[in-house]
Design a protein around this ligand. Sequence first.
Ligand SMILES: Cc1ncc(C[n+]2csc(CCOP(=O)(O)OP(=O)(O)O)c2C)c(N)n1
Ligand SMILES: [Mg+2]
Length: 328
Amino acid sequence: MAANNPVPLSKDELLHCYRRMKTIREFEERLHVDFGRGDIPGFVHLYAGEEASAVGIMTHLGDGDRIASTHRGHGHCIAKGVDVISMMKEIYGKKGGCGNGKGGSMHIADLSKGMMGANGILGAGAPLVCGAALAAKYRKKNEVAINFVGDGASNQGTFLESLNLAAVWNLPALFVIENNGYAESTSRDYGTAVDSYVDRAAGFGMPGVTVDGTDFFAVYEAAGEIIRRAREGGGPSLLECKMVRFYGHFEGDAQTYRASGELDDIRANKDCLKKFNAEVTGAGVISASELSAIDDEVMTLIEEAVTQAKAAPLPTAADLLTDVYVSY
Ligand SMILES: Cc1ncc(C[n+]2csc(CCOP(=O)(O)OP(=O)(O)O)c2C)c(N)n1
Ligand SMILES: [Mg+2]
């Protein structure tokens, strides 16, 4: 741990976290442009603005720990170590993508990285995480399973039932509510009865913590605590990360439900990357030029991913009947 470090992370670890967050940001910024040009098929939901949550949490995980993601899943995939080039190919609908181009943005998975899948069905990841956590408990390897869910989807019955099951079975399962204030165009206040999502945790007999999800270090510390507890057999917890999304619900959303000036405000004052940079450069742990060297690496990687995605072949009619069943 370097002197003046704001958290117990080495300089190399901090650089790694920055690289992951910046990769997510630039991946999403590029998709925004390419989708607008009509280059990308299907439906795309961008994670830009929410990077500190995925990376702050995933930094505590290994490949044996499993996660279930959402329709807004690119950030979770990148933070969990899924290959960026095969993700880009998948989103472009091309062979060589994580699902050979047949799943697209909302179906990216890589079991070798413990990434059980993005999911187009709200609340569907929570029961899967109970299963993964039960398996982890039997394996006795101190692994955990984490479900990411949006504020809107956290009202789904599947999610609430899973909290109960995880508590009853004392599973190493964690539930992260990524509260970006909206479910599509519906404001959080309009669709949720309680002021704080973690007030619900007590009703399921588990701890609940709320953090500023735009503050990487706050997320990292809170997640570290509940993950350690779960690994030690202490059972499930609920974590709410309050955050912002930089783009619309989906690409093409006119966002007429936003207050005037809201987007400018969140870009200026709630950008988790800007906050991270200010923290690490202010503490003298990392220099601005070291960060900008990473920026260059990331831009090169994204450009390479798009070039390869564009050049890759589309699936053929014969591919329709492959990958239907998984062999064990
Ligand atoms: C079971 C189900 N109901 C409705 C939808 C349609 N839908 C997709 S995303 C979404 C809003 C999700 O909001 P939230 O959970 O807050 O996630 P965010 O998009 O803000 O990340 C809805 C209603 C769906 N995909 N699945
Ligand atoms: Mg939301």
